[in-house]
Design a protein around this ligand. Structure first.
Ligand code: CTP
Length: 403
């Protein structure tokens, strides 16, 4: 089931470290290659020798070891894996991850990795319930870090509550889910556009809009979490790249169109970007000087990326989803847009200033198809993304063509 998958397992210092030994065995039984990093604390609970024997590989412990660096630098270590698993993930290591520390090999590898990370927290229940730990977990979740457990039960310290590390079998299931054994979008390719576009007026000025990219980025992450191979084509935003997604950064609508066409074929395209409808017709090569009358800005129409994807002939994605940002007659305008652009679904939202949808964290949307209109309750942009990704998975499963 996990044949050929490379797992970097980081074992931190907690009593649950003994379960990591069982985890190594179970992962290897399923065909995964497991390479281990043992923190200083971890090495007090399990020995490097037992970890090395079970993993069949060298154990990495020291950030400053010359032999380790000569054989495999910490950057390479964190990237030559398909998934990084932290088990047990102690309160301290989770705090260091949330704050981007790089004070030992484990934290450095976690900071340097470009792969998805799955954590299995393990700690005393008060430490787990402490707002500091909960805030750290929320930060990590927002960055796309996956979590398994902790479970409720008797603690080594004699208390009872949440904080017990998930059992080895549960962690293996989470790893299998990640690799898409049974994940609903496994084997599917998705294209998502996000953010605003910037249209140059001159080398220092541009036309843009207030899009934050939060909704589009959340959709890319939600599709990746369901196992899709996702390309996110994004205009300039202040957001971090979603984990497990390949991101193509562009500035203008014309660049966004080229990047989208280059990403085909895909099974589904979701156009959540707020593409600028116009661009300055002849951007100046030199900065426009303030000498005399205010300059006239002649505008040219930008390509409509959503419409062009719908008209891409045999390269048209099996399912094309557009967004309709409206300030009045939301559903009627969105219906007209669905017909005009030739897409399959439209996610329509009211972006009047009073709704706070633009730049905010919540969204109130309607999902419009040729046959129906669904009114979704107000929810976070992350929840909208998860619900949409689940609907996409259902639709593709019901028998649309593969890319
Ligand atoms: N869109 C696009 N390329 C454009 C303009 C819009 O791909 N040049 C996409 C958006 O990503 C969104 C949908 O089209 O999925 C609708 O965007 P919206 O701005 O609401 O619609 P417009 O086409 O600009 O129509 P109108 O200005 O009439 O509302």
């Amino acid at each position: 089931m996990l044949n050929g998958k490379r797992i970097l397992l980081i074992i931190a210092g907690g009593i649950a470290a003994y379960k990591a030994l069982e985890l190594i065995r179970r992962l290897r039984e399923r065909g995964a290659a497991v390479r281990c990093v043992l923190t200083g604390g971890g090495a007090r609970f399990v020995t490097p020798l037992s970890v090395a024997s079970l993993s069949g590989d060298k154990v990495y412990t020291d950030l400053f070891s010359l032999t380790d660096e000569a054989e495999m630098g910490h950057i390479e270590l964190s990237r030559a894996a398909d998934l990084v698993v932290v088990a047990p993930a102690t309160a301290d290591l989770l705090a260091r991850m949330a704050h981007g520390r790089a004070d030992d090999l484990a934290a450095t590898a976690l900071l340097a990795t470009d792969k998805s990370v799955l954590v299995a927290p393990a700690m005393n229940l008060r430490m787990w319930l402490n707002p500091a730990t909960q805030a750290n977990m929320a930060t990590l979740a927002a960055r796309g870090v996956l979590t398994v457990g902790p479970n409720e039960g008797d603690m080594a310290c004699g208390e009872y509550g949440p904080g017990r590390m998930a059992e080895a079998d549960e962690i293996v299931s989470a790893v299998e889910n990640f690799f898409g054994a049974g994940a609903p979008l496994s084997g599917r390719r998705a294209l998502v556009t996000s953010g605003p576009t910037h249209e140059a007026i001159d080398p220092v000025r541009y036309l843009a809009n207030r899009s934050s990219g939060k909704q589009g980025h959340a959709i890319a992450l939600a599709c990746a979490r369901l196992g899709a191979e996702v390309t996110l084509v994004s205009g300039p935003t202040a957001l971090a790249d979603p984990a497990g997604v390949s991101v193509v950064r562009i500035e203008s609508a014309e660049e966004m169109l080229a990047a989208c066409m280059a990403a085909l074929p895909v099974d589904v395209a979701v156009c959540a970007a707020a593409v600028s409808d116009w661009r300055p017709a002849s951007p100046r090569e030199q900065k426009i000087k303030k000498d005399g009358a205010a300059p006239e800005l002649a505008l040219a129409e930008n390509p409509d990326i959503l419409a062009d994807l719908c008209a891409a002939g045999n390269r048209r994605p099996g399912l094309v989803v557009g967004f309709a940002a409206e300030t009045e007659s939301v559903v009627d305008n969105a219906r007209a847009k669905l017909a005009r652009k030739g897409c399959d679904w439209i996610v329509a939202n009211d972006v009047s200033p009073a709704t706070g949808a633009i730049g905010g964290d919540d969204n109130t949307v309607h999902l419009i198809t040729a046959e129906s209109v669904e009114d979704w309750p107000t929810m976070s942009k992350g929840a909208v993304a998860e619900r949409l990704a689940a609907r996409i998975a259902e639709h593709l499963k019901a028998g649309k063509n593969r890319a």
